[in-house]
Design a protein around this ligand. Structure first.
Ligand SMILES: Nc1ncnc2c1ncn2[C@@H]1O[C@H](COP(=O)(O)OP(=O)(O)OP(=O)(O)O)[C@@H](O)[C@H]1O
Length: 339
């Protein structure tokens, strides 16, 4: 449906987007995932028409979208700080865009009612925004976005203002809502868990470029660059002469320091000392210092850890747990690491 091809954009000396290409299918839930400043918002603003790229094309069903003025595009952008008018009731907030289009009163009424029902706020029509919780205000903003029936809905960090519990609940709702209304969604987030739980497909951005576009499981299991391997979920990255080997913390078996953590078979075996243990409810994370390596190996185990800091342990993983990332792919700094 939407085809973005070779889009580049500069702000003075900053290359905000560098040769970005992405196809989004009808009805798809797509996410742009990347660290702060990687160009996600700039790409959304280009799709919405608030910015014109220096190079590249964007088509909607084969037609040049860049020539269509913003207000004529079947595209709606919901901002990071979702602006709902504090002095208007919920229903007036939702009706606002339709009133500006001068639609018949009755149609407006029906569409507003339907939108409020879709977001689960049918009985809140008369309330003012200050009488709503953060999650409810978020739903009003969503109702306002879907009531105009865009083909493409762009959501910029839609859940970032909500606390964690509400956010997880709204993630489920957002998914259900997208299914129900059948609108194509493109959501921007810097939160990899959020992207994985929401999207059918994720485009991982780094320094103005898309490094990989894939389904969440593919990205997790087969990252193609070191950046993706480090950004999408925790990962151990072991540099080697012809590339990097990535091993997920949950694929590493831990045994006592007597060697043989995994009982025979092929694969890698190391011994080291536990330097940190943290409990996260369902899993525990361990950092194990291994003499030959310059940083601790991260290991995730189910439930509380049986080993404690200071213990010597053996680590092992089977060959299939190691994902090879070839050298030669330019990578940006990995989050949490000195560039
Ligand atoms: N209007 C502007 N003028 C100058 N530089 C800009 C402008 N807008 C964005 N930039 C720069 O372009 C780069 C990309 O910005 P963008 O807002 O697209 O990133 P982002 O990935 O959305 O970041 P965040 O997650 O922090 O919102 C950044 O380096 C930013 O400082």
């Amino acid at each position: 449906m939407i085809e973005i091809k070779g889009v580049s954009h500069r702000f003075g000396g900053i290359k905000a987007l560098d040769d970005v290409s992405l196809d989004i299918g009808e009805g798809e839930f797509c996410a742009l995932l990347g660290p702060s400043g990687c160009g996600k918002t700039t790409l959304l603003r280009i799709l919405a028409g608030f910015e014109t790229p220096d190079a590249g094309t964007v088509t909607l069903d084969g037609e040049d979208l860049l020539r269509v003025p913003p207000h004529r595009r079947p595209v709606n952008l919901m901002f990071q700080s979702f602006a709902i008018f504090p002095h208007m009731s919920v229903e007036r907030n939702v009706a606002y865009g339709l009133e500006r289009e001068r639609l018949p009163r009755r149609e407006i009424r029906e569409r507003v009612d339907a939108a409020l029902a879709t977001v689960g706020l049918p009985t809140y029509a008369r309330r003012r925004p200050h009488q709503l919780s953060g999650g409810q205000r978020q739903r009003v903003a969503l109702a306002r976005a879907i009531v105009k029936r865009p083909r493409l809905l762009l959501l910029d960090e839609p859940l970032s203002a909500l606390d964690k519990q509400v956010r997880v609940k709204m993630q489920l709702e957002l998914k259900r809502l997208q299914n129900e209304v059948g609108i194509t969604f493109l959501v921007v987030t810097h939160d990899q868990e959020e992207a994985m739980s929401l999207a059918d497909r994720i485009a991982v951005m780094n320094a103005g470029r898309i490094e990989q576009t894939d389904a969440p499981v593919e990205l997790y299991e087969r990252p193609r660059t070191a950046f993706v391997a480090g950004f999408v979920g925790a990962n151990n990255l072991f540099p080697g002469p012809d590339g990097i080997t990535a091993v997920r913390p949950e694929r590493i078996r831990i045994g006592d320091g007597g060697g043989d953590g995994d009982g025979g078979g092929e694969g890698v075996r190391l011994t080291g000392t536990v330097v940190d243990v943290s409990f996260h409810g369902g899993t525990s994370h361990l950092a194990v210092r291994v003499p030959a390596l310059d940083r601790p190996v991260l290991v995730a185990v189910q439930g509380p850890s049986r080993v404690v800091s200071g213990e010597r342990v053996s680590l092992a993983w089977p060959p299939e747990a190691a994902v090879r990332i070839p050298a030669g792919i330019p990578v940006g700094p990995i989050e949490g690491e000195e560039p």
